[in-house]
Design a protein around this ligand. Structure first.
Ligand code: 5GP
Ligand code: MG
Length: 178
């Protein structure tokens, strides 16, 4: 794997595909144990998590559902501030064992705002599985139940994650060269 250039930035190889897939396999096996007999509903957050969700769901051998949503953020009124809404959540999550699939937790702002909205719909349980977590960047608390990789606070690209829309199709994860 060589350094790649995208727009004005250079990225260097960080996590090889085989290692990513190995971690995802382990996560799948753990979920198969933890959710046996529970018919969990996985909710993958687009766009970034599409590749992670697809590879993880292939490792899930128990009965399970998956759906995909997008989060849109709006500037609300002065009192509501910035508001996050889910687009495409057409499955009733009441009394379901829900697992959120997210590509990366950076500041934590997105899930910190969104998880309480889901809790309002009274799922039986609500857990979070992430491919990547940047603990040094996280300022809004999020309980992460399953995490494949804890990574340093550097911008990453590939395996579903983009830089300005591009790079999602790269099979490995690259890190911004500084
Ligand atoms: P948070 O709300 O936790 O700050 O950020 C969540 C979202 O920001 C992620 O779902 C992802 O879309 C984007 N993001 C955060 N860090 C990175 C990164 O290093 N690379 C890429 N490509 N996206 C990131
Ligand atoms: Mg995301």
């Amino acid at each position: 794997m060589a350094t790649i250039k995208l727009f004005d930035k250079s990225f260097e190889p960080y996590l090889p595909e085989a290692l990513i897939l190995e971690k995802i396999k382990e996560l799948g096996q753990l979920l198969n144990q933890d959710y046996a007999g529970k018919k969990p509903l996985f909710i993958a957050i687009l766009n970034g998590s599409f590749m992670f969700a697809a590879d993880l769901f292939k490792e899930v051998t128990i009965e399970a559902e998956i759906c995909f949503i997008k989060l849109a953020s709006y500037k609300g009124t002065k009192s509501t501030g910035h508001v996050i809404t889910a687009i495409g959540l057409d499955t009733d999550i009441t009394d379901r064992d829900v697992v959120i699939l997210e590509d990366i937790i950076d500041t934590g702002k997105t899930l910190n705002e969104f998880l309480p909205q889901l809790r309002n719909q009274h799922p039986k349980s609500l857990k979070v599985a992430v491919l990547l977590h940047k603990p040094d960047a996280t300022v809004f608390p999020v309980d992460i139940d399953y995490c494949c990789f804890s990574i340093p606070n550097k911008f990453v690209l590939g395996y579903g994650l983009d830089y300005d829309g591009f790079g999602r199709n790269i099979r490995e994860i690259y890190q911004l060269q500084e």
